[in-house]
Write a protein that binds this ligand. Structure first.
Ligand code: PLP
Length: 393
C-alpha cells in the first residue's frame, strides 16, 4: 500500500469532527418555528455579540465562511489590487487565495522551526533587505509593488509571536490581519488571539474549534473598517427599497440557522478548550518515551488551544517516516493528516516570491496531525498512543 497525496483516509477514529451536545437542536428549531431561517434574525446578532465579547473587540461581523471573512478583512483594511501582503508559507491555502481575490499578491514567509508559526525575524529581514521605504510607502524592490499588510496565520491553535510584527507594522504603516481561524480561544501573553492585530478572522467550518456547519467572523476595534466590512459583505447596499448599491459588494452573510448553531457552540467553548488541551496533554505524556516522536511545543508566550494535536516524526530515530505511520494508523482505523503542502510548492501559486522555505518543507515532511475531536474518548486516545508506540507491531 502506498501513500497517495490528497487521498482521504477515513477511519473509525476521525481526525476532527463536530461535537453537537448542547442547545443546537433547540436553537435551530427556534429558527424553523419562527421562520427566521435566512441571513437576518436574532441569532446572527447574538452570535456577533458573543464573538465580540469573547475577542474583546468593539465590532464583530458574521460571514458565510472564514475565507470570505479574510477576503472582506483585506478589503476593509485597505489592501488594494497590485499591493503585496506577507503571509505564512506553512498554512492552509485560504489566506493566500483571499489575497488574490482582493487583487493583491502574496509573499510567502517561512515558519520558525520551534513553534512552526510565521517567523517574525524573516518578516523583519524581508522588509529591511528587500524593500525600500520612500514617501510613506514600502516598495518591494524585486516586484516594484507596494507592501501594505501582514497576514500571520496562527496555525494549529498556537499563536504567532506577534509583538515584533506589530512593531514593524507600526513603523511601516502596514495593516496586521490575523488569520485566527484555527485558534479561537488561544492567547498570546494574556491577550486574546483575534485581538492582537488590527483586524482578525475566525472560521466555523466543520472541523474548527466550534462549528456552524460553515461560517466565519471578522472582529476589529476599527469603527470605519467594521462599517466597510459589514457593507461589503452584504452587497454594498445603500438603499434597500430602491436597490441602490454604492460599490461592488459580496453576498457573504451567515444565516440565522448557522448562527443558532454557533450560539449553542459558544456556550460549550470553555469545555471544548479544556478537552482540546487535555487531549494534547495526554498525547504528550503518552508519547514522551517514544523515540523520534515529539508533540508541537507551546511557547512561554502562548496559551495554545491545540485545535489539532500534531506530532513530528523523526524518521531515523523512530524507524518509520510520517507517511508510513499515517498508513499504519489508517490500517488501525485511525485517521491522521500531514500538514498542508507549503504554499511556495502549490501549483496554484507558481512564481510567487518566497522568503525562506526550508523549515516549511521539513515540517511538512515530518508532521502528522492526530485525532483531536472534542468527543474522542479515553479508549480511542489510548489506541492512538499504543499504535504509535508499537512502531512496527
Ligand atoms: C479553515 C481555515 C480558513 C477558513 O476556512 P473556511 O472553510 O473558509 O471557513 C482560513 N485559513 C486557515 C488557516 C484555515 O485553517
Amino acid at each position: 500500500m502506498s501513500y497517495e497525496p490528497g487521498a482521504s483516509v477515513e477511519g473509525t477514529i476521525p481526525l476532527c469532527v463536530p461535537e453537537i451536545r448542547g442547545n443546537e437542536w433547540q436553537y435551530v428549531k427556534e429558527c424553523l418555528d419562527t421562520n427566521w431561517v435566512s441571513s437576518a434574525g436574532p441569532f446572527v446578532r447574538r452570535f456577533e455579540e458573543e464573538l465580540k465579547r469573547y475577542a474583546g473587540t468593539s465590532h464583530a461581523i458574521a460571514t458565510s465562511t472564514g475565507t470570505a471573512a479574510l477576503h472582506i478583512a483585506l478589503l476593509a483594511a485597505g489592501v488594494e489590487p497590485e499591493n503585496e501582503v506577507l503571509v505564512s508559507n506553512l498554512s492552509f491555502i485560504a489566506p493566500a487565495n483571499a489575497i488574490r481575490y482582493a487583487g493583491a499578491f502574496p509573499v510567502f514567509i517561512d515558519a520558525e522551526p520551534i513553534y512552526w508559526q510565521m517567523d517574525p525575524n524573516l518578516v523583519l529581514e524581508f522588509l529591511d533587505k528587500e524593500c525600500n521605504w520612500s514617501n510613506g510607502q514600502l516598495i518591494n524592490r524585486k516586484s516594484g509593488r507596494r507592501v501594505t499588510a501582514l497576514l500571520p496565520v496562527h496555525i494549529l491553535g498556537h499563536p504567532v509571536d506577534i509583538d515584533p510584527l506589530l512593531d514593524v507594522a507600526r513603523k511601516y504603516n502596514l495593516a496586521v490581519i490575523e488569520d485566527a481561524t484555527e485558534s479561537l480561544g488561544a492567547r498570546y501573553k494574556a491577550r486574546t488571539v483575534g485581538h492582537l492585530g488590527d483586524i482578525a478572522c475566525f472560521s466555523f467550518n466543520g472541523n474548527k474549534v466550534i462549528t456552524t456547519g460553515g461560517g466565519g467572523m471578522i472582529v476589529t476595534d476599527n469603527d470605519e473598517w467594521a462599517a466597510k466590512a459589514r457593507y461589503l459583505s452584504t452587497q454594498a447596499k445603500d438603499d434597500e427599497v430602491e436597490y441602490i448599491h454604492g460599490a461592488i459588494g459580496y453576498n457573504y452573510r451567515l444565516t440565522n440557522i448557522q448562527a443558532a448553531l454557533g450560539c449553542a457552540q459558544m456556550e460549550q467553548l470553555p469545555s471544548y478548550l479544556e478537552k482540546k488541551r487535555a487531549i494534547a496533554a495526554r498525547y504528550r505524556e503518552g508519547l514522551a518515551a517514544v523515540p523520534g516522536i515529539r508533540l508541537m511545543p507551546e511557547a512561554t508566550y502562548a496559551h495554545a488551544v491545540y485545535w489539532l494535536s500534531t506530532i513530528l516524526v523523526n524518521e531515523s530515530e523512530y524507524g518509520e517516516d510520517s507517511r508510513a505511520l499515517l498508513l499504519r494508523l489508517a490500517q488501525a482505523q485511525i485517521q491522521s493528516r500531514p500538514l498542508w503542502q507549503p504554499l511556495h510548492r502549490s501549483p496554484a501559486y507558481p512564481d510567487t516570491q518566497t522568503y525562506g522555505s526550508s523549515v516549511s518543507d521539513q515540517l511538512n515532511k515530518a508532521a502528522l496531525s492526530l485525532p483531536s475531536s472534542v468527543g474522542i474518548n479515553h479508549n480511542e486516545l489510548e489506541l492512538v498512543i499504543n499504535t504509535i508506540s508499537e512502531r512496527h507491531g
